[in-house]
Ligand binder design. Structure first.
Ligand code: ASP
Ligand code: MG
Length: 415
């Protein structure tokens, strides 16, 4: 008998009708002869609502109490879903993360899973139960409940699938799978059939909101193949798997699999820094100390023993960064800081780039034809990112996805 882990996101259990629908999908999977473990997120926007409630009480809630609060959202889902399954006559039990044997470290609100005692869930499966597990939560070494970071139910599902050596891990949401570009903005972007773990991680890091990054890291580590698909249709979604498997299946990988963009970045430029050893170390060391994550960095060639450094960070760290730079840069005579809030990062991602030269040139050419100026560039083995003016971002994604053959029309033509 196959063991299937199914995970349903918040929008799939947002109201009682949806919960009943999810119940029917789970029961159908069981009736088809599988052992079923279902992981669920909090209904709808409940986690956001709980955060808002806490912030109305205090701007600085103790993290232990925050986790006590946030963990309640998923408990609403598991109990209601178990009731819905029971109501149609199937055997079911709900379990919190701790009851399911999931333990994590003590880092409240962003804990890491340490161990899963798979016997807890297995015992229930052996009793012929469908097991419904609360996503996003675990027990820490102090015996307290803890949460796994936003979007953490994906991680619960993948970690459970690994621990239980499940035959498949299906992640259900309100979209049909992973798209080559955000389908809410690029209407004719095509759904991707296969995507590698590394491509998926690059897409998440480049602003595509698909699966929680840590869940993909864990899937890669333990070789858990993920099927990302829709709660509301029977269609095949996207398989997230190893690069070897994709290459075997498709013979040759697509040049570019996806396009992502991130409007949530800002760019800082420090002008006229002395061209001396230790200057960059001082600036970025200071930022690291206050917990600012720097993304792209570009340093210009020195002229008259001076150079400029530009870098990007996440918008939420803008104030902190400005304050820190005001401090460090004042030590360098004549240097000054400029902040540009109106930028966006656009990235093309694909394992096919590894073996095909000229992809970067093609990207720059497409942007230049549309009169879009590139302010910064960075590359990895499977990704090219450019910083451009925020106003150009939609135009850029639209052009790139068409030119790299990622629109539905193009896909149909090819068949
Ligand atoms: N409910 C949590 C959140 O909204 C966990 C999840 O949805 O995966 O972040
Ligand atoms: Mg959610």
């Amino acid at each position: 008998m196959a063991l299937v882990v199914m995970k349903f996101g918040g929008s799939s259990v947002a109201d009682s009708d949806k919960i009943k629908h999810v119940a029917s999908r789970i029961v159908a999977k069981k009736k088809a002869g599988n052992k079923v473990v279902a992981v669920v997120s909090a209904p709808g926007d409940m986690t956001d609502d709980l955060l808002t409630m806490a912030n109305k009480i205090t701007s600085d809630p103790p993290v232990r109490e925050m986790d006590m609060l946030l963990a309640t959202g998923e408990m609403v889902s598991i109990s209601l879903l178990a009731m819905a399954i029971d109501a149609v006559g199937a055997k079911v039990i709900s379990m919190t993360g701790p009851q399911a044997g999931i333990t994590a470290d003590a880092d409240h609100t962003r804990a890491r899973i340490k161990k899963i005692n798979q016997k807890k869930v297995k015992d229930q499966l052996d009793k012929n139960n469908i097991v419904i597990v609360a996503g996003f939560q675990a027990l820490n070494p102090n015996g307290d409940i803890t949460t796994l970071g936003r979007g953490g139910s994906d991680l619960t599902a993948v970690a459970l699938a690994a621990a239980l050596e499940a035959d498949s891990c299906e992640i259900y949401s309100d979209v049909e799978g992973v798209y080559a570009a955000d389908p809410r903005i690029i209407k004719d972007a095509k759904k991707i059939d296969y995507v590698s773990y590394d491509e998926m991680l690059e897409m998440a890091g480049s602003g595509a909101q698909v699966l929680q990054s840590r869940s993909v890291e864990v899937a890669k580590k333990f070789g858990v193949e993920i099927h990302s698909r829709s709660t509301f249709s029977e269609n095949q979604g996207t398989i997230i798997t190893s690069e070897e498997k994709i290459r075997r299946k498709k013979m040759e990988a697509l040049l570019v699999s996806g396009i992502a963009f991130d409007r949530n970045q800002v760019k800082f430029t420090i002008i006229d820094l002395p061209d001396l050893p230790g200057v960059a170390a001082k600036i970025f060391g200071g930022l690291a100390k206050i917990g600012v994550n720097v993304d792209m960095i570009v340093q210009s060639a020195a002229v008259d023993k001076k150079n400029d450094i530009s870098f990007t960070i996440s918008r939420q760290d803008m104030k902190k960064t400005q304050m820190e730079l005001d401090k460090t840069v004042s030590e360098f005579d004549g240097a000054s800081v400029i902040c540009d809030e109106h930028i966006a990062k656009i990235s093309i991602i694909g394992i096919g780039m590894k073996s095909n030269p000229g992809v970067a040139a093609q990207m720059f050419e497409i942007l230049s034809k549309k009169g879009i100026n590139i302010e910064m560039i960075s590359t990895s083995e499977i990704k090219i990112s450019c910083i451009i003016d925020e106003v150009d971002v939609i135009k850029a994604v639209d052009e790139l996805h068409k030119d790299f053959g990622l629109s539905k029309k193009k896909q149909e033509n090819l068949m």
